[in-house]
Design a binder for this molecule. Structure first.
Ligand SMILES: [Zn+2]
Ligand SMILES: [Zn+2]
Length: 144
């Protein structure tokens, strides 16, 4: 399968079932990602072992319009040039400004809450809006 075909298939899966079947998605993604990076990726996912971001977070990320995508820019997760795809779905992380394929980032954020590139904790910037975490403060001491 060519990169473009893999991407088309990924997109199809996302449209049909979101992240319901992330095993298939991961298998497809693994065809796009260099092996060295895959290991690092999987390590991190295992290490993270927590929930990751809510799907609504990924949905809420700003899309980069095709007209603003430079011909030389590519996704830092799969290294595929965005414009290889006739209909690139590129999202930008509001805080660090890094951009990625929507599908790559969705998979990443289903397992992690930090930017794949700079490890910036994306959810930490939502603290101002999310007041629910105040109630959790009592528990912090237990985890040192
Ligand atoms: Zn990608
Ligand atoms: Zn970043």
């Amino acid at each position: 399968m060519s990169d473009t075909e893999v991407r088309a298939q990924l997109r199809e899966i996302f449209r049909r079932e979101g992240l319901g079947d992330s095993t298939t998605v991961l298998q497809l993604l693994s065809q796009l990602i260099p092996e060295s990076l895959q290991e690092e990726w999987l390590d991190q996912m295992a290490e993270a072992d927590k929930k990751g971001c809510p799907e609504s977070f990924v949905d809420s990320l700003p899309r980069v319009p095709k007209s603003e995508i430079s011909p030389s820019s590519s996704c830092s997760i799969c290294y595929v040039n965005y414009l290889n795809d006739g209909y690139p779905l590129v999202v930008r992380l509001p805080h660090c400004g890094h951009d990625f394929d929507l599908e790559c980032l969705s998979v990443w954020f289903s397992k992690s809450t930090s930017c794949p590139l700079c490890r910036d904790d994306v959810l930490s910037h939502r603290a101002e809006v999310d007041t629910s975490q105040v109630e959790l403060e009592e528990d912090w001491g237990m985890y040192g």
